[in-house]
Design a protein around this ligand. Structure first.
Ligand SMILES: C[S@@+](CC[C@H](N)C(=O)[O-])C[C@H]1O[C@@H](n2cnc3c(N)ncnc32)[C@H](O)[C@@H]1O
Length: 188
């Protein structure tokens, strides 16, 4: 096992360090459901995961995965854009995971977009409890990916340092533009 890990694995380390059993968390892009499954295991029986995707296919794959692991009761599956998070999630949340881009094995033309991603991030930050975190795995290799990454970096670098700490984790010597990771922690 190596010590320096890929972006998604690093995101899971931060989320695991932050979230306690019984808390509410969000998977902003449920896709094939693996991150939702990870979050459902983390929050325990009394916790809750709100899991968003715009594609019915993603939600049904996630549902099947949760059923197979007997964890569906901990998860609200929501077919809606994550930019509408405040219509569905009430009360404070400990963590939000974004995994941007397209659904692996699905339609590569359906991707997350800069304006809705930033809208969802901004609303997520308002819902975050003190000490809570948002992780964003960002891809730049597909069409529109570079623009989304630049928009996010621009937004995040302007956040008030007294309220949020933002980390950008990126491996710089790999080919094919590997994903990087943003981690935002709410300080107060
Ligand atoms: C890279 S995949 C997510 C992978 C997933 N986390 C997993 O563990 O398999 C990105 C997902 O974002 C979804 N998506 C695109 N725009 C969205 C939006 N506005 N709100 C919520 N999900 C969106 C896509 O449909 C796609 O399934």
């Amino acid at each position: 096992m190596t010590i320096v890990v890929k972006s998604l694995q690093m995101a899971k380390r931060y989320i695991s360090a932050c979230v306690s059993e019984g808390e509410q968390v969000v998977d902003a892009t449920c896709g094939n459901g693996r991150d939702t499954l990870f979050l459902a295991e983390l929050v325990g029986e009394k916790g809750k995961v709100f899991s968003f995707d715009i594609q019915a296919e993603a939600l049904s794959k996630t549902r099947r995965l949760l059923e197979a692991n007997n964890l569906l009761s901990r998860v609200h599956l929501i077919q809606s854009g994550h930019e509408h998070i405040q219509d569905y999630v009430h009360g404070k949340i400990a963590a939000v995971m974004f995994n941007l881009g397209y659904l692996p094995g699905g339609d590569h033309k359906i991707v997350t977009r800069p304006d809705t991603t930033v809208a969802a991030l901004s609303k997520s930050l308002q819902l975050l409890r003190t000490g809570g975190i948002v992780t964003i795995v960002v891809y730049s290799g597909h069409k529109g990916g570079r623009e989304e990454k630049d928009t996010l970096l621009n937004y995040c670098s302007r956040l008030n340092q007294d309220q949020f700490t933002v980390l950008h984790y990126t491996i710089i010597n790999q080919i094919n533009e590997p994903p990087s990771l943003l981690v935002l922690e709410r300080l107060l």
